[in-house]
Design a protein around this ligand. Sequence first.
Ligand SMILES: C[S@@+](CC[C@H](N)C(=O)[O-])C[C@H]1O[C@@H](n2cnc3c(N)ncnc32)[C@H](O)[C@@H]1O
Length: 367
Amino acid sequence: MQSEAISLASPLQARVEKVIAASGGWIGFDRFMQLALYEPGLGYYANTAPKFGAMPASGSDFITAPELSPLFGQTLAVQVREALDATGSDDVWEFGAGSGALAAQMMKSLGERVHRYHIVDVSGTLRARQQAALAAWGEQVQWHDTLPEAISGVVIGNEVLDAMPVQLLARLNGVWHERGVALHGNGFAWADRPSPLQPPFPIEGEHDVVTEIHPQARAFISTLAACLRAGTGGAAFFLDYGFPEAEYYHPQRIGGTLVCHRAHQVDDNPLIDVGIKDITAHVDFTGIAMTAQDAGLSVLGYTSQGRFLLNCGMAELMQTVSLPERATAMKLVAEHEMGELFKVIGFSTSDSWVARGFAEGDRTHRL
Ligand SMILES: C[S@@+](CC[C@H](N)C(=O)[O-])C[C@H]1O[C@@H](n2cnc3c(N)ncnc32)[C@H](O)[C@@H]1O
């Protein structure tokens, strides 16, 4: 494990050092996270390490819902089929498709109802993995490097918003700073600069806090909304861990939500082992909803993943599988597992339909 760490991390570390030096000795954390995760050929999502899997023995770092159980994709497909019908569209667009597991589950469930299944992923190595996993569907699945001008169809993204680089803010002795990264000996160190940036929701009190803001995720939603509005009709569903702003910027959350995942362990130091662990922050769902609305989309709903999957009929689907498969799928909806921390938000170009996934337990009013 150690030798792999050295061989993968060193060229990336050198690259990050060069960028910091060329930037006058300091870069914002969003730039650091972009390099650590996505620097071509070197970043965590650009290298060939396994990443997704159930156990550390496979060399994986974390598990996601579609990797855990095929019932995830089968159930989401119920919502996607309804959205295709409601918006009069035939194509599905998946952002950040990982190993291709969710795409395969969707294609198995939706079959000929999907004219084209489009994948957009910033990772070239993951694209190769997706192409191998989805070879059976031939031309029906297509990959894109960039967003087209217009999208007519249903967009999905599981755990993609949490993988987008965030800016870090630190309130120290009552003064807001942007937390960035500087060189320190043979490695990196945190470095704070006073900044006019502040969280979108006031954090009560005067105590020191570190938190995140999400301009990249918001810019992504804005661009996506423009694409959807330029098409003939569409909807979007994003599933991820996160909270509304009042909870995200709660005064007791003094350390923010930034974490790293490696070998199914969590740590809070992204400045070491750069490129061999995932870095992620929770999603500010209020910010995502407001951005989509400002860009002209209607919010279809916002609820917990557990509620959403049950609304889409997962309990009935569970009756059709073996007991061990059912027990695994339970983790997707159980409150103490992924059912409550993970949320689902949905948007549409038209507000003339009610999405089944939000029919009961919609929490849009809490955003
Ligand atoms: C945590 S993984 C989730 C993978 C998969 N959706 C799953 O649930 O297993 C994050 C994925 O998002 C991709 N990604 C990150 N930023 C992206 C962006 N701006 N556009 C498209 N894909 C992105 C990464 O390359 C990776 O495939």
